[in-house]
Design a protein around this ligand. Structure first.
Ligand SMILES: O=C(O)C(=O)C[C@]1(C(=O)O)C=C[C@@H](O)C=C1
Length: 293
């Protein structure tokens, strides 16, 4: 893989994840997650690293929905990285009282307890990414804004860390997926961490709302002893009560078991689409991450 898209600007968690997936690829920042996926679909880049799920906040719906409704971009790798959130200020404002806290909505949500306790009177304002918030306050000390972002953004934009590790739960991780239309699985496997598992992600739609439909789908996995690590319903966007299911299977797409389960699901009238079968790894500690400064 030579080029990889990520949610920019430089210094986001997405850039940290893109670097952890592949150090050799040239990284290209995009303004939002749909633009990263669009860039890959239009072949402006070979890959895209996008967030899928956070320990505290749950699924990143914009990624899930665009992967299901708008594109056919295979997942070729998955990496969960530690998310340490810090409160950053412009060095000229180190001793000032801040009127606003600015960050990506997920970062603000991950620090809700801290904000309620220490910055309850400030306005909590959304930015397109943690690093975008950091970049903006670095350019104007008159803003009287604190941001929530990572240490990389603090270094990149010359900001002072006013409070460290302000996320509400210690084990804060975000799962990122690497998408690519190229067959890069072997490369990513080699570059990824030693503890690599194989996973398969599928999307299932039910033919109509009848009793036991989901039970029938799940039994196709149960009797094959295929463990599911996640099942989540999301709206089809066609009407209230219409859902699709994203299912993560703790197994590679082999010759027999997973294809057999998908055929069985289709035979009972459900839709089943493969989003990818890929290596999956976890980076537990922040000091295991490569810095990109
Ligand atoms: O704003 C960033 O730094 C991002 O990479 C986005 C994002 C997200 O979408 O959840 C990624 C990881 C963290 O959970 C916080 C924000």
């Amino acid at each position: 893989m030579e080029t990889i898209a990520y949610l920019g600007p430089e210094g986001t968690f997405s850039e940290l994840a893109a670097t952890a997936f592949t150090k050799s690829a040239e990284r290209f920042p995009y303004r939002d997650i749909p633009s990263c996926l669009q860039a890959l679909a239009k072949k402006e880049v070979d890959g895209a690293a996008v967030p899928l799920e956070n320990t505290i906040e749950g699924s990143v719906n914009i990624t899930l929905d665009h992967l299901v409704h708008k594109h056919d971009l295979p997942i070729v790798g998955e990496l969960a990285i530690p998310i340490a959130q810090h409160l950053l200020v412009h060095p000229k404002n180190a001793d000032q009282c801040m009127e606003t806290v600015y960050s990506h909505p997920h970062a603000l949500a991950q620090c809700h307890d801290f904000l309620s306790k220490h910055l309850a009177d400030a306005e909590w304002m959304h930015a397109s990414s943690t690093a975008k918030a950091a970049q903006e306050i670095s350019e104007d000390s008159g803003l009287k804004r604190a941001v929530i972002a990572n240490r990389l953004a603090a270094k990149k934009y010359g900001l002072t860390v006013a409070a460290e590790n302000i996320h509400d739960f210690a084990n804060n991780h975000t799962r990122f997926v690497l998408l690519s239309t190229r067959n890069v699985q072997e490369d990513t496997l080699r570059e990824m961490r030693p503890h690599v598992n194989k996973k398969t992600t599928i999307v299932v739609t039910l033919p109509s709302d009848y009793s036991g439909a989901l039970h029938q789908v799940l039994s196709a996995f149960a009797w094959r002893k295929l463990n599911l690590s996640k099942i989540e319903s999301r709206p089809m966007k066609t009407g209230i009560g219409h859902y699709f299911f994203i299912i993560d299977i703790d197994h590679e797409y082999d010759d027999v078991l997973v294809p057999g389960a998908l055929e069985e699901i289709k035979a009972i009238g459900c839709g089943a689409r493969l989003l990818g079968s890929y290596p999956s790894a976890v980076i537990h500690e922040e000091n295991e991450m490569e810095s990109t400064v």
